[in-house]
Design a protein around this ligand. Structure first.
Ligand SMILES: *[C@@H]1O[C@H](CO)[C@@H](O)[C@H](O)[C@H]1NC(C)=O
Ligand SMILES: *[C@@H]1O[C@H](CO)[C@@H](O)[C@H](O)[C@H]1NC(C)=O
Ligand SMILES: *[C@@H]1O[C@H](CO)[C@@H](O)[C@H](O)[C@H]1NC(C)=O
Ligand SMILES: *[C@@H]1O[C@H](CO)[C@@H](O)[C@H](O)[C@H]1NC(C)=O
Ligand SMILES: *[C@@H]1O[C@H](CO)[C@@H](O)[C@H](O)[C@H]1NC(C)=O
Ligand SMILES: *[C@@H]1O[C@H](CO)[C@@H](O)[C@H](O)[C@H]1NC(C)=O
Ligand SMILES: *[C@@H]1O[C@H](CO)[C@@H](O)[C@H](O)[C@H]1NC(C)=O
Ligand SMILES: *[C@@H]1O[C@H](CO)[C@@H](O)[C@H](O)[C@H]1NC(C)=O
Ligand SMILES: *[C@@H]1O[C@H](CO)[C@@H](O)[C@H](O)[C@H]1NC(C)=O
Ligand SMILES: *[C@@H]1O[C@H](CO)[C@@H](O)[C@H](O)[C@H]1NC(C)=O
Length: 729
């Protein structure tokens, strides 16, 4: 009884009510005041749903032959490798990873979603809209590992000294409608493994949280694959096993290894739980066909990353064209006045900014963890305190990727400087450059001045800010001397632009994001109009940090929570455009915005409810991978005509937003990207499923399809929606 009332009080405290009467001093025992995540036990067995049946049958047969010790080993990574055992437990992804004998590819990422704009890991994912994130993840390789769930900041992501990892305190509705949504799509798409995250959820560690793992993932979403820990994210043995963790990473885990077999022997962990772990892992191995041969482990991987001369540079992937196309489409044209772009045979082109220049692939820091950018601070300007890694910009060369374990080191990198000098050679254009000065001298006869800056982010820390004074000053200094200043950012997330964007000489702005190896080639083809930009922002760009309110940066340990940092997601589902719409804040560039060299005209909105669709309040069908099967029943169809009303060919991302009763005024629920010749038009079709139109009912613990009128909006961005209508359910 005592613990129940303390639990209730703690609930109030962490949900933002007056805590003064509860505790004045630092909380030192989280077993009393914390831990609102409800217990969900036992951990559900994988049952072999859907197309897992055959793999489960084989896996069960194999597990039946294993000794207790072998089963224990199959769920723990350890340093002395046994090829056969490794194969028995390994899973893998296709392509490059497979060629190198890497059995598990860590990606794509759908957590963090991007609640906090400055979060260091946002760049690894797709968008801070759950629909977009989920749709793109489902279309990507059907393996997903990261980072279940609510890993929305890097600050305090791990316990340190007497301070625990941050707890993401999320209510049930927000969990379902925002953070779980893309994971649901991933499970529906057949993902084979999910990685539990460093942070805590409702004060229970990600890999020890029975509500999220046993409850949400393995029961509600019917997940049949296995849960693997993020590196060193396991902090207990028996409790993680019971809470649904299936594999621990990396190396030998002191919590598991022989201690897991001992825990089975002494009855703390049922042997059936260990069987289920092994079955889930081995079934995955069968499902991916990895019993049919696999390359040697670690082939083509550097032996010692600290020894540059020992590096093996990965060969270029076979899908070069896909990478180039990806680079082109990551460029979003945000401003283009006076027809600044495309460039028209310039006589003199001037190029400025540290992110234009090539870097030396062979020096330490020239890739890998630092994102192919040598992202170490060249000067005090970009330092944050004394920690040299906490940079805002990567000043030693062009930025092609963010930093951390998601960074890559391609064999070839096309920098803007290299690609533009090649183009200048072909066109007989004179090229002037200065990649170092913050106040370069500009030849006023320049036809155009291109300034290339960046905004760095990495796993391990949150971005110190959303803009930096050095680059803002550089842009203004160039603009004061050059009537046609074109600004390009390699940005690992939102980059504020209001410090220079209204300068009359800043004629164009491109967010190139993190374009990968073809960065320079992609940029050059866009600048010269060889291709027409068609990228759209997967987030909003506000005018100022303060537009984010309390979500400007990550929570730090504070006051009585010093030892137990708490991050209360009190904004609910109102992040990014949902929040800006609700608070009537006009962003500089809205979610879904992006210009083209042509124009598009939207017409002929059609909305049709499927008369045969079951529109009863709740879904009723059994759970398949992803959740109740009828959540994906199509309830209504929407179509519109998009015409290319300009002079050049172009692609347009037509977007569908829905206003669900009692929810945000609009939420993305569909997109389609036709390529259109001048004068050509196409009909874009969208299907709205039961889930697309539902809200999470916290009492019924089901998705609720409300009766009422749903706003339907189609257009080119979240704020340019020329077609509007109503769907009545
Ligand atoms: C976290 O706590 C909130 C508030 O009690 C609750 O709505 C939600 O379901 C909990 N979620 C998890 C994963 O424990
Ligand atoms: C898992 O399956 C085993 C039989 O293999 C059974 O004994 C056990 O009760 C099941 N566990 C759950 C949670 O259903
Ligand atoms: C936490 O650890 C720090 C450094 O070891 C120590 O100075 C501080 O007193 C500790 N705080 C508490 C409340 O234990
Ligand atoms: C088992 O746990 C004990 C106590 O935590 C630890 O000292 C030991 O190293 C663990 N065993 C293994 C093999 O990791
Ligand atoms: C069982 O073994 C595990 C692992 O060594 C240990 O953590 C746990 O305390 C033991 N439980 C009992 C009841 O002995
Ligand atoms: C980055 O550039 C500075 C000089 O601008 C140099 O001192 C530093 O060593 C460079 N860092 C790397 C990793 O190359
Ligand atoms: C714009 O650039 C021209 C040089 O081309 C310069 O003379 C002018 O002062 C600049 N305008 C501003 C507002 O800085
Ligand atoms: C912009 O945001 C910063 C940081 O929150 C704040 O200090 C400043 O007052 C804001 N400026 C304006 C013009 O709102
Ligand atoms: C975080 O945001 C607050 C405003 O909400 C600001 O005062 C503070 O300086 C910011 N901290 C960091 C590290 O940027
Ligand atoms: C755009 O479409 C509308 C029909 O919805 C039509 O009236 C208008 O003329 C079109 N505009 C252009 C520029 O094609």
């Amino acid at each position: 009884m005592l613990s129940t009332s303390l639990y209730v009080l703690a609930g109030l405290a962490t949900w933002g009510s007056d805590i003064g009467t509860i505790a004045q001093s630092i909380i030192t025992d989280d077993t009393v005041f914390y831990g609102q995540s409800p217990p969900v036990y036992p951990s559900p067995n994988g049952t072999g749903l859907g197309d897992w049946a055959d793999s489960y049958e084989k896996a069960r047969a194999l597990v039946a032959q294993l000794t207790l010790e072998e089963k224990g080993h199959s769920v723990t990574f350890f340093t002395s490798w046994n090829r056969e055992l490794a194969h028995k437990r390994a899973v893998g992804m296709a392509g490059e990873f497979r060629a190198k004998g890497v059995h598990i590819a860590l990606g794509p990422v759908v957590g963090p979603l991007g609640r906090i704009a400055s979060s260091g890991r946002n760049w690894e994912g797709f968008s801070n809209d759950p629909y977009l994130c989920g749709a793109l993840a489902a279309d990507t390789i059907k393996g997903i590992q990261s980072h279940f769930i609510a890993n929305e900041q890097e600050t305090n992501r791990n316990p340190e000294g007497n301070v625990t990892a941050v707890s993401s305190n999320i209510d049930d509705k927000t969990m379902h409608e925002l953070y779980l949504w893309p994971f649901q799509d991933a499970v529906k798409a057949g993902t084979v493994n999910i990685m539990c995250s460093y942070n805590r959820i409702n004060n229970s560690y990600g890999c020890a949280n029975s509500k999220t793992q046993n409850g949400l993932l393995k029961t509600e979403l019917g997940f049949q694959g296995f849960v693997v820990s993020d590196w060193w994210a396991q902090h207990s043995g028996v409790t993680t096993a019971l809470a649904g963790l299936d594999m621990t990473m990396p190396f030998a885990s002191p919590y598991w290894s022989s201690n897991l077999t001992q825990a089975v022997k002494n009855g703390s962990v049922p042997e059936t739980r260990l069987d289920d772990m092994a079955t889930r892992i081995i079934a995955t191995w069968y499902k991916l066909g990895q019993d049919e041969g696999f390359p040697e482990i670690g082939k083509g991987m550097p032996y010692d990353l600290s020894q540059p001369h020992q590096r093996v540079i990965a060969k270029s992937p076979k899908n070069k064209d896909v990478l180039l196309q990806g680079a082109v489409e990551s460029h979003v044209l945000l401003k283009n006045t006076n027809n600044a772009l495309p460039l028209k045979s310039p006589k003199l082109l001037s190029l400025f900014g540290y992110s234009a220049k090539s870097f030396d692939t062979y020096t330490p820091g020239g890739g890998g963890w630092n994102g192919g950018s040598q992202a170490l601070a060249p000067s005090d300007l970009i330092r944050n305190g004394d920690d040299i890694l906490h940079t805002q910009i990567a000043a030693n060369g062009t930025l092609i990727s963010g930093g951390g374990s998601g960074a890559n080191m391609p064999a070839y990198v096309s920098s803007p400087a290299a690609a533009l000098s090649q183009r200048a050679y072909e066109d007989d254009t004179s090229l002037w450059w200065d990649f170092h000065s913050g106040n370069p001298q500009v030849d006023q006869s320049s036809d155009a001045c291109i300034v290339v800056g960046n905004a760095f982010a990495s796993e391990g820390f949150d971005r110190p800010g959303l803009h930096d004074d050095f680059t803002d000053a550089l842009i203004n200094n160039v603009a004061s001397q050059c009537h046609n200043t074109i600004v390009v950012f390699h940005n690992a997330g939102v980059r504020l632009v209001d410090q220079f964007i209204d300068h009359p000489n800043v004629t164009a702005l491109i967010f190139a994001h993190l374009p990968g190896q073809d960065s320079g080639r992609a940029l050059t083809s866009i600048l010269y109009g060889d291709v027409n930009p068609s990228g759209k922002l997967p987030y909003s760009v506000p005018r100022n940090e303060s537009d984010y309110g309390p979500l400007q940066n990550a929570t730090l340990p504070d006051g009585i929570y010093e030892l137990f940092p708490q991050s209360d997601f009190t904004e609910g589902i109102y992040i990014d455009y949902r929040a800006f719409d609700a608070k009537n804040i006009t962003p500089r560039y809205e979610f879904g915005f992006g210009l083209s060299y042509t124009t598009f005209n939207y017409s002929d909105l059609q909305i049709s409810k499927d008369e045969n669709a079951d529109t009863s309040e709740y879904p009723s069908k059994p759970i398949v991978e992803g959740g109740q099967e009828d959540l994906w029943d199509v309830v209504a169809k929407v179509s519109a005509t998009v015409a290319n009303s300009g002079e050049v060919e172009g692609a347009e991302v037509a977007q569908l937003y829905v206003g669900i009763p009692n929810g945000p005024v609009k939420q993305l629920r569909g997109f389609s990207k036709p390529v259109l010749a001048p004068g050509e038009s196409a009909v874009v079709d969208f299907e709205l499923t039961r889930r697309d139109l539902s809200t999470w009912d916290v009492v019924a613990q089901k998705w609720l399809l409300q009766k009422g009128d749903y706003g339907i909006f189609v257009g080119s961005s979240s704020r340019t929606l020329p077609l509007t209508g109503t769907l009545s359910i």
